[in-house]
Every structure is written in structure tokens, then in C-alpha cells.
Design a protein around this ligand. Structure first.
Ligand code: GLC
Length: 535
């Protein structure tokens, strides 16, 4: 496990430990449960798992409100259980990263409790206080459905405190050198335990400055670079992955000269995959990738379709958002903040063709793909649950009443009906070569088998705006990818330069690339050109 650039072409898998597998029958998923399921993840072919927060927390934001940065919430197990999990993942050649929440703590954190109780406490200055709620006016509110201001009055403190997320998540004051040191120590603690890096939660908001939007400020980048320097010198090979929902030109500042983040989620691309599908047109995907500047050689994008949050639509125009709401969130309760709080399969009406097509894009476009647990088997969501909890329901392992997730009563109401565990589960799909799970597993294995998917991207003109076609290439290996984004059959016109012989990697049949290729609705092809044909 020493390859320093391992993350540049790796398949990631995001897991809610709470919802993955319960080992002791208390109805809540735990670290031992996850450890039991590592064989499944190995068969799926993932290279790195990302576990959502497991720290002690009052869970006002599912653990993104941390009350102790150095512990594991007993409901998930112990530090020893985590150590066992880390060792077991490493034994299988899989890496493991966890969430690092720098921007804010829980209001139950002892620092905040001390801060609000006493103006003279050394912890007072760990947070951002003000006598009125007018400072930093105009800064956008992220959880706009619930919060009306980024300031909340604290009776005990007799002042307002600043928070970019829920009012139960006070922002830390990174202008305080002690806060900076505290968080460096947190990073050290987990890396010493063997964690391979962090998905850094909300790194955009660390510092505040009057007259700015308080996002991606130079001070914020400087501090993030400081963490990176420490990691590089003390824990080389560990990674930082940025969760920053920004336009490409701001987003690439998180890579800077290759001395800040190793990776960043490609937030601008994600909604455009769904937009392109809704429009039956390839242009929005092409445009965003053309507008995205090159990144340093030691950096990589993380591409994704869904995650544990709403499918955020901040990075599209108002018109595009309307179209996507219409198409993918026809009922008002499906919308949250500006996004869509649904899982992949229901968003795409459980249409296997569409589900496979967007996965074809995920696994064949540049960047390291990340899967959200359960999406590989087409899990559904539970809209009866509030906020984003509807997409964090128990993993469906088999067709037993609680889907094999627990022998007790599950911590939340599982998904029923069309998407319930009777209809879709790992055990059944593993048995059936026609299942979605097999299709995804095949894509992952091809993606890993062919180095071209970690290589260059070149658009291939087809004369047809419904077809997104590109060549992936590395070290003389060339793969032509064709995706028909429309609901009707389309033909692609291929210029003579590409009219070669190849092999369709899914059917394993030889494929002659002729002047005109006919593509079924929502179909995709990955065609490896024969070596002789590329010279
Ligand atoms: C990130 C997380 C989200 C959380 C928020 C506040 O956006 O993905 O789930 O609510 O940060 O920590």
C-alpha cells in the first residue's frame, strides 16, 4: 500500500456505517458489521471506502455535528473496532478514509459549552461571536429550508454566534491559532491510527472576512495548505479530498499548485450528467468539461452521481434547475434546499437503461469515481423521513424482513414496496448475471483493467448532439466510448480517422467502427481499438 498516487485512478465507495450492517442486533449499523461486509466490497472491486462520521455526536446532523473529535460513538463500536476495520480493509488491499469536519463542532462539544458559559474562558474565542447579527451581511444561507440567518442568539453567552449550517453547528474560529493547532492534532490522531486520509467536510467556510462572501478566502486556502504540509511530511500517501461545491475556477484553487488538496469532488459535472439526460443532449457535459482547467499531475477529480446529501443544484442556472426539478423531483417533498433528496434509481424511474447509462459516464469519464452505498443494487429512498435521512436507509443484503441489515428493529423505517429488500438486495443480485449489481461490477472491473480510463480525454464528433462520444487513451491503449443520451435510437457519424476495428468491452464481440453507428435508446458502448489500429 505504498503507491503514492493511488488515488488518481481508484474506485471509491461511500458508506453510512449506521445504515450498512448491524452486528449486534441493536438495530444500528456498526464498525464490526461493516468489517463483516468487506468481502462484498472486495468483490465489487472498490479501492477505497469513505466512512461518514462515527464520532460521538448528538446527531442533529447525522454526526456532522461532532462532540468529541477523538472518539467513536459507542453505538458504532470502539476505537479498537475501528482499528480492526482499518487493518481488515488494508489486508484486502482496500484503503479507508473518513470525514474530517473542520468548519464547525456540535453545540454539545465541551469547547462550545465552555465558550458560551464564560466570556473569559479560553474557549470563548474558539467560536465566532458578535453583539448583533449584521456582520458578514449577504453571505448565503446553505440550509435555507431551515435556517433564516447565519447568526443565532445564544442566551447563555449573551451574544450571537456564527454558523454556516444548522444553528446546532457553531463555526470554529480559525483566526484563533489554538483552533488551528487543535485541528492539526485531530488530523494526526486518525492518521496515526492508520486512516488513509480524509473527505474534508465543508472546507470552503473556515474563515470569515467582512465585505466578502466568506467562501474560499485566501486565509482558508493557507490553512488547508498547512494541513497538507503536515500530512506530506508526517504521513505521506494519505489524502485530502475536498467537498467544495463551487464553479470550476474556484474549485481548482483547492488543488492550487498540487500543494493543497489531492482530490476534489467534481460538483459542477454531477448535475450536468442528469441535465444532459433530461435534455437528451450531450452539450452541457462537454461544456463543463471544456470549461474546467487542467489540474496538477498529482491531483485528481472525484466524480459521483449521488451521495448522502440532496442532489445539489446550486451549480446550474435557474432555468436548468426548473427543468431538473420538473424531470427528477415532480413532487414538492422531493425537493430540499435547492436540491433533490432522492436516490439514483428513483430519480431515474428505476429505468435500468438510464441507470446504466449514467454509470457508464461515471466510470468512463476522467476522474476517480465514487459510488454511494446501495446505488449499485438500485436502492430506493424513503421520503417519509425528514431532511436527507430518506437516502440513508439500511443496506439491503437479502430478502429477509429487515433486508439482512439487522436481527433487531432497524433504527429507521426501511424502504418498502418497489424498492424494498424483497425486490432488490445483494444476495439475489449476486446470483443473477442480469442484475444491476453485475452490470456495475463489470463496469468497475473494466475501468480497473484498462489504463486508458486513467488517461487523456478527447471528444469524438458524431454529428449528433444526442450522442456523447469520446476517446480515452493511455500508453497506446485507446477506448472509444459512445453514449446515447436520448430516449430514441440515434446514429453516430464517425470520421475516417476513427473507423477502425475494435472490441466492444461489454459484449466482448468484435466491433467494426464504421461511418455510421446505430445506437439504441440510452445505450452505451466502450470499444477498445485493436492495438494495430491505433498506430
Ligand atoms: C457537508 C455534508 C453534509 C453536512 C454538512 C455540514 O455538506 O455533506 O451532510 O450536513 O457538510 O457538516
Amino acid at each position: 500500500m505504498t503507491a503514492p498516487l493511488w488515488y488518481k485512478n481508484a474506485v471509491f465507495y461511500e458508506i453510512s456505517v449506521r445504515a450498512f450492517k448491524d452486528s449486534d442486533g441493536d438495530g444500528v449499523g456498526d464498525l464490526r458489521g461493516l468489517t463483516e461486509k468487506l468481502d462484498y466490497l472486495q468483490t465489487l472491486g472498490v479501492d477505497c471506502i469513505w466512512i461518514m462520521p462515527i464520532y460521538p455526536s448528538p446527531r442533529r446532523d447525522d454526526g456532522y455535528d461532532i462532540a468529541d473529535y477523538y472518539g467513536v460513538d459507542p453505538v458504532y463500536g470502539s476505537l479498537d473496532d475501528l482499528k480492526t476495520l482499518i487493518d481488515a480493509t488494508h489486508q484486502r488491499g482496500i484503503r479507508i478514509i473518513m470525514d474530517l469536519v473542520l468548519n464547525h463542532t456540535s453545540d454539545a462539544h465541551p469547547w462550545f459549552q465552555a465558550a458560551r458559559a464564560d466570556r473569559n474562558s479560553p474557549y470563548r474565542d474558539y467560536y465566532v461571536w458578535n453583539d448583533d447579527d449584521q456582520k458578514y451581511a449577504g453571505v448565503r444561507i446553505i440550509f435555507s429550508d431551515v435556517e433564516k440567518s447565519n447568526w443565532s442568539w445564544d442566551e447563555k453567552a449573551g451574544q450571537y454566534f456564527w454558523h454556516r449550517f444548522y444553528s446546532t453547528q457553531p463555526d470554529l474560529n480559525f483566526d484563533n491559532p489554538r483552533v488551528q493547532e487543535e485541528m492539526l492534532n485531530v488530523v494526526r490522531f486518525w492518521l496515526e491510527m492508520g486512516i488513509d486520509g480524509f473527505r474534508v467536510d465543508a472546507p470552503t467556510y473556515l474563515f470569515e472576512r467582512e465585505g466578502t462572501n466568506c467562501e474560499s478566502l485566501p486565509e482558508t486556502h493557507a490553512y488547508l495548505k498547512r494541513i497538507r504540509r503536515m500530512i506530506d511530511s508526517e504521513f505521506p500517501g494519505a489524502i485530502m479530498l475536498a467537498e467544495s461545491n463551487q464553479w470550476p475556477r474556484e474549485l481548482i484553487q483547492y488543488f492550487d499548485q498540487g500543494d493543497e488538496f489531492h482530490m476534489a469532488f467534481n460538483f459542477p459535472l454531477m448535475p450536468r450528467i442528469f441535465l444532459a439526460l433530461a435534455q437528451g443532449q450531450a452539450s452541457s457535459i462537454k461544456k463543463i468539461l471544456n470549461d474546467t482547467p487542467a489540474i496538477p499531475a498529482n491531483c485528481q477529480w472525484t466524480t459521483f452521481l449521488r451521495n448522502h446529501d440532496e442532489l445539489t443544484l446550486e451549480m446550474v442556472t435557474d432555468e436548468e434547475r426548473q427543468l431538473m426539478w420538473q424531470e427528477y423531483a415532480p413532487e414538492p417533498q422531493m425537493i430540499l434546499n435547492l436540491g433533490i433528496r432522492r436516490r439514483l434509481a428513483p430519480i431515474l424511474n428505476n429505468d435500468r437503461r438510464k441507470i446504466e447509462l449514467v454509470n457508464s459516464l461515471l466510470f468512463s469519464l476522467p476522474g476517480s469515481p465514487i459510488l454511494y452505498y446501495g446505488d449499485e443494487i438500485g436502492m430506493g429512498d424513503n421520503l417519509n423521513l425528514p431532511d436527507r435521512y430518506g437516502v440513508r436507509t439500511p443496506m439491503q443484503w437479502d430478502d429477509s424482513p429487515y433486508g439482512g441489515f439487522t436481527t433487531g428493529a432497524p433504527f429507521t423505517e426501511p424502504v418498502q414496496g418497489e424498492y424494498g429488500s424483497q425486490k432488490g438486495n445483494v444476495a439475489d443480485q449476486l446470483k443473477s448475471p442480469n442484475s444491476q449489481l453485475w452490470a456495475i461490477r463489470k463496469m468497475i472491473s473494466l475501468r480497473k483493467q484498462y489504463a486508458a480510463f486513467g488517461g487523456s480525454l478527447e471528444w469524438v464528433e458524431t454529428g449528433n448532439p444526442a450522442v456523447l462520444s469520446y476517446m480515452r487513451e493511455k500508453d497506446g491503449e485507446s477506448i472509444l466510448v459512445l453514449n446515447n443520451l436520448s430516449a430514441v435510437a440515434q446514429s453516430a457519424h464517425i470520421s475516417t480517422a476513427y473507423q477502425k476495428t475494435g472490441r466492444d468491452l461489454f459484449s466482448n464481440q468484435s466491433a467494426a467502427i464504421s461511418e455510421q453507428l446505430n445506437l439504441d435508446p440510452y445505450s452505451y458502448h466502450w470499444i477498445k481499438l485493436l492495438p494495430s489500429a491505433t498506430s
